[in-house]
Design a protein around this ligand. Structure first.
Ligand SMILES: *[C@@H]1O[C@H](CO)[C@@H](O)[C@H](O)[C@H]1NC(C)=O
Ligand SMILES: *[C@@H]1O[C@H](CO)[C@@H](O)[C@H](O)[C@H]1NC(C)=O
Ligand SMILES: *[C@@H]1O[C@H](CO)[C@@H](O)[C@H](O)[C@H]1NC(C)=O
Ligand SMILES: *[C@@H]1O[C@H](CO)[C@@H](O)[C@H](O)[C@H]1NC(C)=O
Ligand SMILES: *[C@@H]1O[C@H](CO)[C@@H](O)[C@H](O)[C@H]1NC(C)=O
Ligand SMILES: *[C@@H]1O[C@H](CO)[C@@H](O)[C@H](O)[C@H]1NC(C)=O
Length: 930
């Protein structure tokens, strides 16, 4: 115990040292504030009276200084001041508070850039005329900013370089003449609680990065031209307490806000909202005040809890009083809901009688009671087909053709008693083709994915050659009465061609051109693109509707290891990095990759770090701010099985990333190059344990709430090992996060041949299942000791997944596939290997929905590791980095302890460091440099 504490202290000490130097490098100015302050005296007309009676500005009203007579605070709230601010204001480098609200100050605002200590700025209720472009640069400690009620500002846009201000808690700029859209930068502000931008001229939609943010107070009401689009992102903003969206041009349904349990004030009036008010909004206990007036809301009149102040007038509810709608109306509204309550329906689908003649696209029988026909043909609808259609029992004709419908055809529709015509042709439907009675004319041409579902377990391996025929499960004999259209056949043929194309391409890359020495990034985004367009775009979760349940295991629930730290991004100065890497000496090189070099760094207490130095141009066009924003997020992701990003440095064109050091290098070295490195081959126990570590790390990545991370380049050279041979996943997150947590269509592929999931290679569509596939490949490599692509082998064996899945068909074959270095005498070991082999097969299923999630992999591997686990509990963490304290925390702690003292130990060991095999080099390959 005592030993552990000592160790703890040790780490703490080195963190302090590092941060000390960071601090020092930013506070070396010895300027005098008197020049700025005497200018300030003249720009104010008149200045406060006490400003004239003394030359010591530290005694002036509203001014506070520190011990060295540097101004730390300017507080001139409500002083009836006129005049302007001095252009040199940002030379007051010790300034922490600037409070000038409620005056009549005017003129151009001076830049605040580089005021790194500034935490609060209040400029509201003045008459300023412009904001300079570099106003917000380098305000790394800013928490509160307010510029509301400055209506004479020149029109300005919310600058994207706000992303540097990662500590931002409150941003208020209502009535400040802002134009343009709200930039999608909110994943950069983990502490943002209040965003007030009312009464401006913002346009466009709510940014998706609002999702998962901690914003409580959201005021976007009364924009001149109106914000638009749907507001579904609100459902995931669970900290919301006050939402003012009134007087805009928002459309679509009100989302289910049942997870926003602190919401008390919801102002949605004067928009274009459609659809039924969800129960999850009406039943919110926290709600006190709701306005829904003047929208196009449908369905039953909403009823809120007692005591809630409500205004729901001027809508299209079915009845003027609360109560359920007519059953046909209810069913039709469900149908409309499945296509997002489009405005074209909301405008006419009002009242409680679907047969009153006003309802567009609806026809009724002669009695005027029962709906007999629904014609949604060519309406540009997207969404799904609602099973509620089956409740329209008199329906004879149902035309949904030529839209963008996805998901499967509900099976219930096959038993509709009166149905004669059902047309779903030319959509993007998937799933099985249901069998309708002979009496129904059923058209479904032009849905390439329809009927392509493959029963689980019987699909051919990805990359199985042309010889294996059409993908399994495609309808060979079509059911009687339904016509297999030319479209379906074309769809199948296109699918097969794409598939063959990928296989050939992989073989070509792998085996055809032996002169290609390595298989790095996929540079060509166009692979397969002309052949098949991406099918599911956007956030529809209906893409793979059916038959998943047995494949989707519950999460392993092992979230006890989560460490997401709050605090700013950690900028480390180039001087520090030079010193700790012995001026980037060749002796310190850990590895080289396509994009740059990784150096080992050693602090004076012997703690090691790895510094990845990217050459200029490597980051491509990716802007500085975007880079910083991404890094800011990544530095907060901490998990026992993820290599921690400790900080970064930007030095002119170079960008450097500082990681924890992993002494045993990459899994790749231990698996494939152990003899060159003179290390013993990994035992099976070590391999399973590594697999579990990786699964846990990736599971955690996939579970991150704020922004879903998909690694996209999981492979042994990105898996690093510590001295105890426990693994951590490296280089996660450097390829961009998926915006909505599920799907994204990327224009550029990142990844490595041999590990690419087929749908990713074909369409570029990224889901977490891309990582599951790659993980399956890694499992195969662990079992066989063979690389995912091995150009030295004959063609039929060079692609590991294809070969292994063929081997897997017969259990006895496994013995032949197992790595020769593994001892397989033991029954227990063999059993364990065969379980992992089965998991590997499952993870590499061709269809993403057939692959399990990472939680399942953890559940399978956990018991296999458990059976050998020594009784010793897992150590908290290793390799010299204290994960309980982030660098900014350490910095804060140190500042509190040390007061203003400014003497530090700057010494570093200059001794040369013995070079040791280690990783990071290959992991350069995974950088996506958009
Ligand atoms: C802010 O600091 C940067 C780098 O130290 C410098 O290049 C820039 O000119 C400074 N900006 C201002 C307005 O002083
Ligand atoms: C604000 O400034 C404008 C011109 O810059 C001036 O015309 C106007 O009167 C000022 N308004 C107030 C309230 O001071
Ligand atoms: C608001 O912005 C739109 C274009 O984005 C523009 O047409 C309109 O004139 C602006 N309104 C005002 C009051 O500036
Ligand atoms: C509320 O949160 C739970 C747990 O995260 C989630 O399963 C559920 O889908 C959420 N509900 C809504 C309406 O978003
Ligand atoms: C509800 O909101 C309206 C309009 O914003 C306001 O006038 C009223 O005072 C609010 N009521 C409560 C109880 O907050
Ligand atoms: C209308 O539908 C109801 C219920 O489905 C049925 O009982 C009734 O016979 C139908 N009327 C006509 C004219 O078909």
């Amino acid at each position: 115990m005592a030993h552990k504490d000592a160790n703890h202290h040790h780490h703490y000490h080195h963190l302090l040292l590092l941060t000390t130097i960071v601090l020092l490098s930013t506070t070396t100015t010895t300027a005098d504030d008197s020049t700025v302050m005497s200018t300030f005296q003249t720009t104010l007309s008149p200045p406060p009276s006490s400003w004239k009676t003394s030359t010591d500005f530290c005694t002036w009203e509203g001014i506070k200084c520190d011990n060295s007579n540097r101004v730390t605070s300017i507080n001139l709230l409500s002083q009836s001041l006129t005049g302007s601010l001095p252009p040199t204001l940002n030379q007051l480098t010790q300034l922490k508070t600037l409070s000038l609200q409620k005056n009549s100050l005017s003129g151009d605002l001076p830049t605040l850039s580089n005021l790194t200590l500034l935490t609060e700025v209040f400029l509201d209720s003045n008459n300023f005329t412009s904001i300079p472009p570099d106003f917000f640069l380098g305000l790394s400690n800013l928490q509160t900013f307010s510029i509301s009620d400055n209506p004479n500002l020149n029109p300005w846009e919310i600058p994207t370089d706000l992303t540097q201000i990662t500590n931002l808690q409150s941003f208020q700029a209502s009535n400040a003449n802002i134009k343009g859209s709200i930039p999608d930068i909110f994943s950069s502000f983990p502490s943002l609680q209040s965003l007030r931008l009312s009464y401006n001229n913002l346009t466009g939609s709510l940014p998706s990065s609002f999702g998962g943010s901690d914003i409580q107070n959201l005021w976007l009401n009364n924009q001149d031209s109106g914000l638009s689009g749907d507001v579904s992102v609100l459902a995931s903003m669970t900290q919301l307490s006050q939402v003012w969206l009134q007087a805009n041009a928002f459309t679509g349904a009100i989302p289910d806000l049942s997870n926003c349990t602190n919401l008390f004030d919801l102002q949605l009036r004067d928009n274009q909202f459609t659809g039924v008010v969800p129960q999850g909004v009406m039943s919110l206990d926290s709600l006190k005040n709701v306005t829904l007036r003047n929208n196009k809301l449908q369905g039953p009149m909403p009823v809120f809890k007692d005591g809630v102040e409500v205004d729901i007038s001027s809508n299209s509810f079915c009845l003027p009083t609360p109560g359920p709608c007519d059953p046909q109306v209810t069913a039709l509204l469900e149908v409309a809901g499945a296509v997002g309550y489009p405005m074209s329906l909301a405008e006419s689908w009002t009242g409680n009688d679907a047969c009153n003649g006003d309802w567009s696209f609806v026809s009724c029988d002669s009695s005027g009671k029962n709906v007999t026909s629904l014609n949604f043909g060519k309406r540009k609808f997207s969404g799904t087909i609602s099973p509620a259609l089956a409740k329209l029992t008199s329906l004879r004709s149902l035309s949904l053709n030529d839209n963008n419908l996805t998901g499967s055809i509900p099976k219930d529709l096959t038993s509709m008693p009166s149905l004669q015509l059902f047309d779903v042709s030319n959509n993007n439907l998937s799933g099985p083709i249901p069998e309708f009675p002979k009496s129904v004319r059923f058209s479904h041409d032009g849905n390439p994915l329809l009927g392509q579902t493959i029963p689980s377990g019987t699909d051919g391996p990805p990359g199985s050659g042309p010889g294996s025929g059409a993908p399994g499960g495609s309808p060979s004999g079509s059911p009687k009465g339904s016509s297999v259209s030319a479209g379906t056949i074309v769809g199948i043929v296109v699918g097969v061609i794409v598939f063959i194309g990928i296989v050939l391409f992989v073989f070509y890359k792998c085996c055809g051109k032996k002169k290609h020495q390595r298989f790095g990034r996929v540079e060509n985004p166009e692979v397969g693109k002309e052949l098949m367009k991406p099918s599911v775009v956007g956030s529809s979760s209906n893409g793979y509707g059916g038959g998943l349940s047995e494949l989707q295991s519950q999460s392993s629930g092992d979230h006890s290891e989560m460490h997401v730290f709050e605090g700013g991004n950690v900028i480390i100065s180039i001087q520090v990095l030079r010193q700790v890497t012995n001026n980037f000496s060749d002796d310190n090189v850990l590895g080289r990759g396509g994009f740059g070099v990784v150096y080992k760094g050693e602090l004076h207490d012997g703690t090691k770090i790895a510094v990845k130095k990217m050459e200029s141009g490597v980051m491509g066009t990716k802007g500085l701010n975007e880079f910083q924003a991404e890094i800011a997020v990544l530095t907060k992701v901490r998990h026992r099985h993820l290599v921690a990003l400790l900080g970064y440095c930007i030095d002119r064109n170079e960008r450097l990333l500082v990681y924890e050091y992993m002494p045993q290098g990459t899994l790749s070295q231990h698996l494939f190059e152990w003899s060159e490195h003179k290390t013993p081959p990994l035992s099976w126990k070590q391999r399973v344990s590594i697999a579990l570590d990786v699964a846990r790390g990736v599971e955690y990545l996939h579970s991150l709430a704020q922004s879903s991370f998909i690694h996209r380049d999981l492979k042994p050279s990105n898996i690093l090992l510590g001295d105890d041979m426990r693994a951590k996943v490296a280089d996660f997150g450097l390829v961009k996060n998926a915006p909505d947590g599920k799907y994204s269509v990327e224009t550029r592929l990142a990844g490595t041949f041999g590990y690419l999931a087929p749908e990713y290679a074909a369409t570029g569509r990224v889901t977490t299942k891309v990582d599951v596939f790659a993980f399956g490949v890694v499992l195969m490599e662990l079992i066989t000791g063979r690389k995912a692509l091995d150009e030295t082998l004959p063609d039929e064996r060079c692609h590991l997944v294809t070969w292994f899945r063929r081997v897997l068909i017969s259990k006895e074959n496994i013995l032949k596939a197992i790595d020769q270095t593994l001892e397989t005498e033991n029954e227990e070991t063999l059993d364990s290997i065969s379980k992992v082999a089965e998991l590997a097969g499952h993870c590499t299923a061709r269809e993403p929905f057939q692959r399990p999630d990472m939680g399942h992999a953890v559940n399978v591997l956990g018991p296999l590791v458990e059976q050998w686990k020594p009784s010793r509990p897992e150590e908290e963490d290793g390799y010299g980095i204290d994960l309980h304290m982030s660098l900014p925390q350490a910095l804060q702690r140190w500042q509190a302890d040390e007061g203003t003292s400014r003497t530090f130990d700057m010494s570093f060991t200059q001794s040369s460091i013995p070079s040791k095999p280690s990783g990071f080099a290959d992991s350069f390959d995974s950088m996506d440099c958009r």
